[in-house]
Design a protein around this ligand. Structure first.
Ligand code: SF4
Length: 330
């Protein structure tokens, strides 16, 4: 599939591949963020530097006092909770429409779920975990956006789901900017299989919106559709729904493929169902048929190319780029 991808707009923790702004003057390297620079419009931000803490700086920690968490700098005895909250509110309010966030894990400022929470500013063991101060406000303000930390994005399934969501959102944003009913129809048509794999109930509701029996103006349709798009993609597809979509797609070629090809495809689906192969195998077979027969009904289905193929990262164990175990020592 030769799909044209719109550029997602993503807020990223500045210390990931953008600046040496960590507390110790370091930068975090992330292969994914580095490669995404070609396809994404990033908005990098370092909230700790933005509130004037400098580089390098004494570390911050979240301290629970009664029912309230505070962001404190033990070495200087400063409580920067108010400054951080004010900065985060202003920053988030100033953003244009965005498609997602990639934040640094474990940070008391930018973390999303795994920042340590301490009982005191002094030497003590953590008593729990939670989001950082900035991370929490991001989660509260954008409950339906794809928001991940760089640690979780190392997992192939989480990463593929995140990439699918941000490129789908960017495409939707483009359709909304164009603003005609036909733009919404185009978006819905091209994403039918993708939505089917993610959430069939939502797909039906979205289809009703697009059918527009009430003759509503385009702006209302886009708003209603957008309210469902986030929840529809919130969970990744299951292997059952992926198989459902792939069988459906095979139906387009029923009269054109040989019995041998059909069996080969069904065997690859079976291996995927049994957890012995990834979904890529049967997907690639259908993608090949789409190319060979120039199948109009599937040619533009984003299910077969949810994000740029340069971003597909195979498991190193599945490629032959690793260590050569057969090398004869000289
Ligand atoms: S985790 Fe957030 S606050 Fe800390 S250095 Fe990175 S961007 Fe700055």
């Amino acid at each position: 599939m030769r799909r044209i991808f719109r550029r997602p707009r993503i807020v990223v923790s500045k210390c990931i591949e953008f600046a040496y702004c960590r507390y110790n003057g370091d930068m975090i390297s992330s292969d994914l963020v580095a490669r995404l620079k070609e396809y994404v419009d990033f908005i990098p931000v370092c909230p700790e530097v933005e509130i004037g803490l400098g580089i390098p700086r004494p570390t911050l920690r979240i301290v629970r006092m009664g029912d309230t968490d505070h962001l404190v700098q033990p070495e200087t005895d400063r409580d920067v909770s108010g400054e951080m909250t004010t900065f985060a509110r202003r920053f988030l309010e100033s953003l244009p429409e965005i498609d997602g966030f990639i934040l640094k894990n474990k940070s008391p400022t930018s973390g999303l779920r795994d920042a340590n929470v301490y009982p005191s500013a002094g030497k003590s063991a953590p008593i729990g975990h939670g989001p950082g101060f900035f991370g929490r406000m991001v989660l509260e303000r954008y409950p339906l956006l794809p928001i991940e930390d760089e640690g979780r994005l190392r997992n192939v399934r989480i990463r593929d789901h995140f990439l699918t969501r941000i490129f789908t959102r960017a495409d939707f944003r483009e359709a909304k900017t164009r603003g005609k009913v036909r733009d919404l129809v185009r978006f819905h048509t091209e994403n039918k299989y993708l939505l089917h794999a993610h959430n069939q109930r939502m797909l039906r509701e979205m289809g009703i919106i697009v059918a527009n029996q009430e003759g509503l103006p385009a702006g209302v349709l886009f708003d209603r559709y957008e309210a469902l798009l986030g929840p529809a993609l919130a969970r990744p597809p299951s292997y059952r729904t992926n198989i459902d979509v792939l069988l459906h797609a095979m139906g387009h070629f029923r009269d054109r493929i040989s019995p041998g090809e059909r069996d080969f495809f069904l065997r690859s689906l079976e291996r995927y169902r049994d957890g012995r192969a990834s979904v890529c195998a049967p997907k690639n077979i259908v993608a090949l048929w789409i190319e060979r027969y120039d199948e109009e009904g599937l040619r533009n289905q984003t299910f077969f190319a949810p994000f740029p193929e340069d971003l597909i990262e195979p498991d190193p164990a599945e490629t032959d780029r690793g260590r050569d175990f057969w090398k004869v020592e000289g």
